[in-house]
Write a new protein. Structure first.
Length: 81
């Protein structure tokens, strides 16, 4: 039996004052997210889209979980009337 495919350790850092959160893999900044959808997109662009963002143990959520985006007052994405 071979070793499983190694995945990098992903960290979603504690929110900044504006509510945004850095997403890193080791010493590499993958991007800055202002919503959970942004984390999903950042991981997709890094070819890590097989990671289940909200439940995967490969992601370390610092300063709150996937539902914690303090400092943001406006909803993310287009508004439907």
């Amino acid at each position: 039996m071979g070793n499983p495919t190694p995945y990098p350790h992903i960290v979603v850092h504690a929110p900044a004052l504006d509510g945004s959160r850095r997403v890193t893999s080791g010493d590499t900044v993958l991007g800055v997210a202002s919503h959970l959808d942004d984390v999903v997109e950042i991981l997709r662009l890094a070819d890590l889209d097989r990671i289940e963002v909200e439940v995967d143990d490969l992601i370390e959520w610092q300063g709150g979980g996937p539902d914690d985006w303090p400092g943001l007052t406006e909803p993310h994405g287009p508004q439907v009337p």
